[in-house]
Design a protein around this ligand. Sequence first.
Ligand SMILES: Nc1nc2c(c(=O)[nH]1)N[C@H]1C(S)=C(S)[C@@H](COP(=O)(O)O)O[C@H]1N2
Ligand SMILES: [Mo]
Length: 405
Amino acid sequence: MVRHPDAAVTGRSAVLRRIARWLQAPPRRGPMRPGAFPSRSRSARLTSQLGLALGATFAVCFLTGLLSHVIQHPPTWFRWPSRPVTLYPFTQGVHVATGLATVPLLGVKLWSVYPRLFTWPPFRSVTHAAERASVAVLVAAALFQVVSGILNVSRWYAPMPFYFPAGHYWVAWLVVGAMLVHIGVQLPAVRAALARTTTEADQDRLSRRNLLGTAGAAAALITLTTVGQTFRPLSGLAVLAPRLPDVGPQGVPVNTTAAGAAVVSLVTDPSYQLEVAGPGRRVSLDLAALNALPQHTAELPIACVEGWSASGLWTGIRLRDLVALVGADPERATVLVESLQAGGRYRATTVAPEHTRDPLTLVALRLGGEPLHLDHGYPARLIAPNRPGVLQTKWIGRITLLESR
Ligand SMILES: Nc1nc2c(c(=O)[nH]1)N[C@H]1C(S)=C(S)[C@@H](COP(=O)(O)O)O[C@H]1N2
Ligand SMILES: [Mo]
C-alpha cells in the first residue's frame, strides 16, 4: 500500500479545522451562549459615558496623589510653598473624595462590560488577546487602588501585607499606563457610541439615564457623607467617614499615640531638653527656657494622608527664631527636625527654607491654650502651614541645621 505523502498534513489540518469550527460555534449553554445577558440597560453609550466620568475622577485623583507624593519625597528641583495654608488639606481632600466617588462609577462600569468576559471566541487574534490582557491589568490595578485607599482611610492595615504609600503609589502608575492604552484602543468606539443618539430606542435611553443618574447620585452621596472628615462645615453629614475632625484629645484626632511610639518616659522625663545645633553654636533648652522664648499663636490644620484634616490653635516658638538663636540665617536654612521616637518612618523630617522662614512655622508647646497632650507631641512638636500631617513631627528632641541656600 502506498502512503499518501500528505497524510500527516491532512490529519493536522483536519484537527485545526475542527478547532476553528469549535471556536466559531458559540456554546449553547452557560454565560458564553449568545443572549446570556439580556439587560437592555447595557450599551456602548452607557459604557462610554461612565468611561469619561471615570477618566476624569481618576485623573484628578492621580494628580493630587502624585502631588502629595512629591511633597513628601521632594526631588531636588521641587519647591513646595508654605502658603496658602489650606492648599495641601484641600488637594488631599479632593484626592480622597474623587477616590471614593470612583467606587460607584467603577461598579456600574464593570457591570456594564462584564458580559464581555464571556465573549466567544475568547481570543480572535494576538492583538485581541493583548488588548484583553491590558484590560485585565487595568481592572485589577484600579480595584487595588480603590480597595487599598479605602482600607487606608479606615486605618485597617491588617489586610495589606505591604507598605501602603509605596504600593498605592506604584500601582497608580500601572493604572495610568493601562488606562492610556485602554483609551487609545477604545477612543474610536467611544466616539461612535457618543455620536449615535438617534438609533437608541427610547426605552433603552430611559434605563441608561436612570442607571447613570443612580451611579452619579451614589457618587455624590458618598462624597457628601465623607467629605466632612476634611471639610468642617459638612462634618455633621460625615456619617460614613471613618475619622471626624474634632474627635480626639484637645479636639484634634491622633494618629500615632505616645504609647504607640514608645516615648512616654522620654518626654515626661524632667531633664528633657530640646537641642538646637547650628554650624557654629548649639543650645539646649529645657521646658522653662522654651517657655521663656517669644511665643506665637497660629491656627493651622493637620492634614493627614489618611484622609482627615483638623484645625487647631497652636502656640509656640517660631522655627526661624530657634534657627537665629544658633547664629544661622532663617531665610535660607534647611533644618532636620528629629523626634525622640527611636524608630518609625515619621521620626524625622526635613524643613526647606520656604517653611523655615515662614513666621507661621512653629515648634508648638500648646494646643488650644493648654500644654500639648502627650499624644499630640508633648512637650514640643512641629506645626507648619501647607504641609502634610506626616511631616509635622511630634515629640521633638533635636533640631539640626543642614544647609543654607
Ligand atoms: N514622631 C512622630 N511624629 C509624627 C508621627 C509619628 O508617627 N511620629 N505621625 C505623623 C502623622 S502621619 C500625622 S497625621 C500627625 C498627626 O498629629 P496628631 O496625632 O497630633 O494629630 O503627626 C505626625 N507626626
Ligand atoms: Mo498622617
